[in-house]
Design a protein around this ligand. Structure first.
Ligand SMILES: C[S@@+](CC[C@H](N)C(=O)[O-])C[C@H]1O[C@@H](n2cnc3c(N)ncnc32)[C@H](O)[C@@H]1O
Length: 260
């Protein structure tokens, strides 16, 4: 059976991915342009990176945050200060909320992990009231937008497959648009969001990259020689100083139709 990614270290996740999520998420939340005072659902909240961003930027009345990883939730609870969010163990496939409970529900870097993405979107739609917003963003994995893509390429060059999100193809723009439209959402729109992140050194970048489960899990099985081969390829001619990397995500939003 193919290996799957495990998210079990909230602090490590923050350095590896939470910072990236907040960089993309800032543009994403601006794009959603949800008025203050809304009730939010953050589905697949992980270590709380997306939850905290909503709390800081969107002036929510409340944020219900849910994730299947107890370790990630523990970190999310420990970092949360404002008291606006509530964290629950659970899955996107069966949300423990009544219909029409929120003005907006999002999945930040989650939809490609959900085993049945259409069911996940249907659940988002169910819990958002008519006129409310259902939205998501995910790395453009198939188009090379994952921020540690150069490590993926170097791994493949020596015959080692990175572990990808199981439903990577749903992060394509047309697939996201179709999912949202097929779910009966209206005013569906998509866009690409690009973010840049500065790493103080190559070593810092490399440590973050190999802590990604889809990279760290397969390379843990390699010999020291194979590993340094991949590292040297990624490092290339970079000797010292900071590096700027780019990540590219696809975002989608739609509204729950109001009854006519
Ligand atoms: C890349 S993290 C994103 C976390 C956070 N939203 C962020 O922006 O950083 C993906 C998260 O999806 C969660 N996840 C995986 N399967 C899920 C499911 N079926 N329902 C909800 N969340 C799920 C994982 O536990 C993980 O925390």
């Amino acid at each position: 059976m193919a290996d799957t990614m495990r998210f079990s270290d909230g602090e490590g996740y923050e350095a590896m991915m939470g910072i990236w999520s907040a960089l993309i998420g800032a543009d994403f939340l601006d794009w959603l342009n949800v008025p203050g005072g809304a009730r939010w659902a953050d589905i697949g909240c992980g270590n709380g990176a997306s939850t905290e961003l909503i709390a800081e930027r969107s002036r929510p009345t409340s944020v219900e945050a849910i994730d299947p990883s107890p370790a990630q939730l523990e970190f999310a609870r420990s970092r949360h200060r404002s008291g606006v969010a509530n964290f629950t163990l659970g899955s996107a496939l069966q949300l423990p909320y009544p219909a029409d409970a929120f003005e907006v529900a999002i999945m930040a870097l989650v939809i490609f992990f959900v085993p049945d993405p259409a069911k996940g979107v249907a659940e988002l739609r169910r819990v958002v009231r008519p006129g409310g917003t259902v939205a998501a963003y995910a790395w453009d994995i198939e188009g090379g937008g994952f921020p540690y893509e150069d490590v993926h390429v170097a791994m493949r060059n020596v015959g080692v497959d990175p572990i990808l999100p199981p439903q990577s193809e749903v992060a394509n723009l047309d697939a996201l648009e179709r999912l949202w439209t097929d779910a009966g959402l209206v005013e569906v729109a998509t866009r690409t969001i690009v973010a840049q992140r500065v790493f103080p050194s190559f070593d810092n970048y490399w440590e973050r990259a190999i802590s990604a489960p889809g990279i760290g899990q397969p390379i843990a099985k390699l010999s020291a020689g194979q590993l340094s081969n991949i590292r040297d390829t990624v490092r290339g001619s970079h000797t010292s100083g900071e590096l700027v990397y780019e990540g590219r995500a696809h975002a989608v939003r739609g509204r729950v139709a109001t009854q006519s």
